[in-house]
Design a protein around this ligand. Structure first.
Ligand SMILES: [Zn+2]
Length: 468
């Protein structure tokens, strides 16, 4: 399928476009001249045609056979494209590392049930899974979060991914996600608009919150956090989610779009993802520069609106600018420690210390490029290194569940982290902080206290029209 971001013209008779929809099974989509020459019974054959006295038994002509063959191929191709391949990609790219002598499962200690467990990064909304139903692939959904005693999940929203994406150098000229959006049958508006992709994913959260009937709380302000804590004291199957934007390319260069994103529930934004944006340089971009002039205005507006900054994927220069210009702490939602695992994705000790000293948090990733290992032990190794380096108050979990990476565990096994932390002798107060208390306290401090933006469900529904 073409990577072209323009949606196909609905009026065209392109057969791929027609197949999954109204023409499937209608039998005829041919021009009148073809119909006449092929003698279609539907268009009224002349009486007494000697080549096929009985239309029901008439042998198929070569053109008709070819047409049926092409249609069958297109049906099969369309079925694969729309219904098999997206799930195959999800299943194969968001996998689990095999259990090995290093990647073992420990008994979960009773302490785990007593923790407030929070994770700073999951890309689950990118995939066509119902987050309220337990899936047997991928990493995160509400039922598995409940099994793992998870309390609060950051749902990060990806809107664009360069073809051949890598940690070293990417341009923003190409996008591998368009095909995924089309194949997953997302609304046509999402095919060409990054903003619409962000809007669509926020709608998925809204719909899930309504359907969950109280089991899922959308955290948008301080009071929601308190509500979550109270609700969980009564019923530990209540889960909180909050929304973050992975890369401000989705603002489509408009500062005013920040207001819309706020009204769609976004409470955290990263300036960049894998390529440089109008706002800042990415550590995987071409220029790797700092905040642009416009980016400084972006920062000012986000701080004014109590939208938290995520420095994950930001270039060194951007991080230095954030340290210099941000008046509030910011966090790194998912990443690794360069001293433990040396690559261009992970942060130096100097940078980790600076983010922590400003009051920020570091979410430790679970995937192998974050920790240079494929086990819970390797995740915990990075956590203990960080705790020694920057203190227990600045460390958190940043799994990158469902982020096109494999993981040693899914959300159902979050207790494995607690078990391993305990196994290597991390004291209980530190375990409590790292497993989620730090995230809770950070959000309690930095989320808005008033319902900034739209929180009422009806208003959210009405705002759908504004998402152009
Ligand atoms: Zn990421």
């Amino acid at each position: 399928m073409s990577q072209d971001s323009n949606p196909p013209d609905d009026s065209s008779e392109d057969r791929d476009d027609d197949l999954p929809r109204e023409h499937f099974g209608s039998g005829s989509h041919t021009s009148s001249s073809q119909s006449t020459s092929r003698g279609s019974p539907r268009v009224g054959r002349p009486a007494g045609d000697e080549t096929s006295p009985d239309p029901k038994k008439r042998p198929l002509g070569p053109w008709r056979k070819a047409g049926i063959g092409a249609l069958a191929l297109a049906v099969v191709g369309g079925g694969l494209f729309f219904f098999v391949i997206p799930q195959y990609v999800d299943r194969s790219k968001n996998g689990l590392y095999p259990l090995t002598t290093e990647n073992i499962h420990l008994p979960v200690p009773p302490l785990h049930k007593d923790l407030f467990v929070a994770d700073l990064h999951a890309d689950t909304l990118l995939w066509n899974r119902d987050i309220l139903k337990e899936s047997h692939f991928g990493h995160w959904d509400v039922p598995r979060m409940v099994k793992g005693n998870g309390a609060l999940q950051t749902l990060s929203v990806v809107t664009k991914s360069p073809k051949g994406q890598n940690y070293e150098r990417n341009s923003g000229d190409t996008d591998a996600l368009t095909t995924l959006m089309v194949a997953q049958r997302w609304p046509v508006a999402t095919w060409s608009s990054l903003k619409q992709r962000a809007f669509h994913q926020s709608q998925k959260v809204k719909e899930a919150v309504v359907a969950a009937e109280g089991q899922l709380i959308w955290i948008q302000k301080k009071q929601d956090l308190e509500e979550l804590r109270l609700a969980r004291a009564e019923d530990s199957s209540v889960v909180g989610v909050w929304l973050s934007l992975e890369g401000s390319q989705a603002l489509e260069d408009s500062l005013d779009a920040i207001d819309e994103f706020q009204s769609w529930g976004y409470r955290m934004m990263a300036p960049t993802h894998f390529f440089d944006t109008a706002w800042a340089g990415s550590r995987h971009g071409e220029g790797k520069g700092g905040l642009t002039e416009k980016g400084r205005e972006w920062l000012r507006r986000l701080e004014e609106k109590s939208i938290i900054i995520d420095g994950a994927h930001a270039s060194e220069a951007t991080l230095r600018d954030l340290l210099k210009y941000a008046t509030k702490p910011f966090l790194i939602s998912h990443g690794g420690v360069k001293a433990v695992c040396d690559n261009n994705r992970n942060l130096s000790d100097e940078m980790l210390k600076a983010v922590a000293q400003k009051g920020g948090l570091i979410g430790v990733g679970f995937w192998s490029d974050a920790t240079c290992g494929k086990s819970v032990a390797s995740v915990v190794n990075s956590i203990t290194y960080l705790v020694k380096l920057i203190g227990a108050d600045s460390v958190a979990l940043g799994s990158d569940f469902d982020g096109y990476v494999s993981s040693p565990i899914d959300a159902a096994d979050l207790g494995q982290i607690t078990a391993q932390l305990q196994k290597v002798g991390v004291p209980e107060p530190t375990i409590r902080k790292v497993m989620g208390e730090n995230v809770y306290q950070f959000l309690l401090k930095h989320l808005p206290s008033e319902p900034a933006g739209v929180t009422d469900e009806t208003e959210l529904l009405e705002s759908e029209d504004a998402g152009n």
